[in-house]
Design a protein. Structure first.
Length: 187
């Protein structure tokens, strides 16, 4: 493991090509966010802590595929589903970042701007609908990237602003890939 000091007292730790950035500060040039985690403030009054897992940006050879330009943020609390989606999309050449909660996703979104968001509705703490409201408020009038809801819940009569598609669990992986591609093309 390699430790590097960054400006502002952040700690950069490298495990192979993955890097853990604590606290969540300015992203160093040449890196992108893979996932984020936040800890809740303790009852004793200490502040919560945010950790970003980042990786070096792909080389120009890795970026030759048009799919490599598409960055997908997967917000899913169930580890097996999150890993399945990540592995499937990465296997198809997409750039993928993951978050286990809406709060983790909001931390990541302060550092990155995905092409499309895959959002579970049932999340611990803040649910998917509350996430959309919070993210929209943070964007201060700027539009959202396309959002695809991936959920076992039935869709509402009308989808919230910014939601372009709804994929019901369980889902077909080929259908997932097609919907991600379609959401980016339609944008």
């Amino acid at each position: 493991m390699k430790d590097t000091a960054l400006p502002g007292g952040s700690e950069l730790r490298s495990v192979h090509d993955l890097v853990v950035l604590r606290p969540a500060s300015q992203l160093p040039n040449g890196y992108r966010v893979l996932s984020a985690a936040t800890t809740r403030p303790s009852p004793s009054g200490s502040h919560g802590r945010a950790t970003l897992v980042i990786e070096p940006l792909p080389t120009s050879a890795e970026q030759d595929s048009p799919r490599a330009l598409v960055q997908v943020l997967v917000i899913e609390d169930e580890d097996p589903i999150r890993r399945l989606i990540r592995d499937t999309l990465e296997g198809e050449g997409f750039g993928v970042q993951t978050a286990r909660s809406a709060e983790d996703a909001l931390t990541m979104l302060a550092q990155t701007d995905p092409s499309v968001i895959l959002l579970d509705l049932r999340l611990p703490g803040m649910d998917g609908f509350a996430f959309l409201e919070a993210y929209r408020a943070r964007r201060d009038g700027a539009g959202l990237p396309p959002v695809i809801i991936v959920s076992a819940l039935r869709p509402r009569e009308t989808l919230p602003e910014g939601v372009v598609d709804y994929l019901r669990k369980p889902f077909d992986l080929d259908d997932l890939i097609a919907r991600v591609e379609r959401s980016v093309i339609s944008e």
